[in-house]
Design a protein around this ligand. Structure first.
Ligand code: NG6
Ligand code: CA
Length: 500
């Protein structure tokens, strides 16, 4: 055999071994999907066959949590491995916010970079861009995802209901016409675009009274915030899932021969729910249900592509949601009127924004075809643990001060152990709760008990709350008076974690 041949074969063997040793990782994070929104989590009014299939070949967790009941803090925690309430300014960000993820620290994607992976994010970002509020939307937008660990990024800046309603690919607004520059402002009107407040007759979906969402109109939908210009760059909501899917598929195709980490952050079923034509009306539960069918379809398309490329068995898929569900989050989209008995939060109390379980207890599935076996795990787990778990898998040592709240749950995630966390902190809008074993303690606070606009029980109470989740998962029976010692113990433990 010639020398070249031997070298080629050696090369091939090494690359096969390399590929086997380093599985691809795809984290699919949905937006506002509830614990009861999937058929594999007990939904009967809606069918999600693709995600159910993931669950059949993997571990379906019943007690996994986002760190927070809203998006920005949850996503901050995934990136940094740190509880977001440790840092000021990690609440829901406006669309013109500056980047809040530190650029000088290890992040979840930069861990993968250190291990030789190609890393990409496609979808919702909502962690800010640039160094200040005022920014040049028409120039290079940095720092952003590419400065905190992603080799490739195709994102929208904040939420689908916030301006600017444009995609940003590696620092640049996609399809921007320099002759039609973008301006964004959250305080005052810029340019001449009609607003939902002044021109409700131009809207194809009315906003809900008292919830804003009536500033600049884009694609017939009133948004939060004002923008002008960038007319050719503005997205069409109906086309968004297809755009994100094709970018995710492109990333996978490009990197099929080397290990990759893809963070695929779907916007569904966050408002405004304006699904593609092929899904409109399909669920019979209104656009929220349709958006869930749409996201399930998207997951199926990714699974099919992995099969087609022959890399399904070398790819770990993690599926979850950034916070709990909400029905009316700003638009009259029939989520409430067509609910038809569907229970987005399942058996849990509360929803998005809430300190009750439905705020942070979310679907969480880990599937590694051929490696994980179908199982249901009730181990306590947090998305903040992805950091340490992958640092373990990739064998990348964490620096001191890195990811201080993250625990290595790799074996739990892969179904080799059922020993989850012993303690977990949950974040609502104004306050914290702590879970230890069966017990959950919600610290007393002055927040509203109920958010009238979204019709959500927020879990706030001026009195301490203590629930035994093993017999009262719906948090109906406050045992604080009965077990004052337990209350004190958990209050002290929460304080200790706060002070860490
Ligand atoms: C809230 C918005 C809500 C949604 C949320 C962010 C109002 C009244 N409500 O402030 O519509 O955009 O922010 O959702 O403005 S999240 O999933 O990104 O956290
Ligand atoms: Ca969200």
């Amino acid at each position: 055999m010639s020398k070249i041949r031997v070298m080629l074969i050696a090369c091939l063997i090494t690359s096969v071994l390399f590929a086997q040793q380093k599985p691809n990782v795809i984290v699919i994070l949905t937006d506002d999907l509830g614990y009861g929104d999937l058929s594999c989590y007990g939904a009967t009014k809606i069918k999600t066959p693709n995600i159910d299939k993931l669950a059949k070949q993997g571990i379906r967790f019943t007690n996994a949590h986002s760190t927070s009941a809203t998006c920005t803090p949850s996503r901050y925690a995934i990136m940094t491995g740190q509880y977001p309430w440790r840092k000021k300014g990690t609440g829901i960000l406006p669309g013109d916010a500056a980047l809040i993820v530190p650029t000088n620290k290890t992040t979840l994607p930069s861990l993968f970079q250190k291990a030789g992976y190609q890393t990409g994010i496609v979808g919702k970002w909502h962690l800010g861009l640039g160094n200040s509020l005022e920014k040049e939307w028409n120039g290079e937008l940095k720092p952003g995802p590419n400065e905190v660990g992603f080799d490739y990024s195709f994102i929208f800046p904040a939420t689908a209901d916030r301006v600017p309603t444009v995609f940003v690919e590696n620092h640049k607004v996609v399809a921007l016409d320099p002759a039609d520059p973008i301006q964004v402002d959250y305080k005052k009107i810029v340019g001449n675009d009609p607003t939902g407040k002044e021109h409700p007759e131009l809207l194809k979906m009315q906003s809900s009274p008292g919830q804003g969402h009536n500033n600049t109109i884009v694609n017939g939908i009133g948004r939060i915030g004002y923008m002008s210009g960038g007319n050719k760059a503005r997205w069409t909501d109906e086309e968004m899932p297809l755009t994100f899917l094709s970018k995710a598929e492109e990333f996978i195709e490009t990197n099929k021969r080397n290990p990759f980490f893809l963070y695929y952050t779907l916007t569904e079923p966050h408002v405004p729910r304006m699904p593609s034509t092929m899904f409109k009306g399909k669920s019979e539960l209104g656009f929220r249900g349709d958006a869930i069918l749409q996201l399930d379809w998207t997951v199926g398309e990714i699974m099919k592509q992995l099969e087609y490329l022959g890399i399904a068995k070398n790819t770990i898929i993690i599926f979850s949601s950034d916070n709990g569900p909400v029905l009316d989050d700003g638009y009259q989209d029939e989520a409430v009127t067509k609910l038809n008995g569907h229970t987005p939060a399942g058996v849990l109390r509360g929803g998005k924004y809430s300190l009750f379980e439905a705020g942070t207890r979310v679907p969480f599935i880990v599937s590694w075809q051929g490696k994980t076996k179908q199982a249901v795990s009730d181990a306590l787990l947090s998305q903040v643990d992805l950091f340490s778990s992958f640092s373990k898998m990739l064998n990348i040592k964490m620096q001191e001060n890195d990811a201080s709240d993250s625990e290595d749950m790799l074996n739990v995630m892969l179904g080799k152990s059922t020993k989850g966390r012993t303690v977990l902190v949950e974040q609502g809008l104004v306050s914290l709760a702590i879970v230890e074993g069966n017990w959950k303690y919600i610290e007393p606070n002055n927040g509203q008990a109920m958010d009238m606009a979204t019709n959500t029980e927020l879990g706030n109470n001026q009195q301490p709350q203590l629930y035994d989740l093993s017999v009262d998962i719906g948090e109906k029976n406050n045992l604080a008076d009965k077990h004052p010692m337990k209350v004190n113990e958990l209050a002290a433990l929460l304080q200790k974690i706060r002070d860490k």
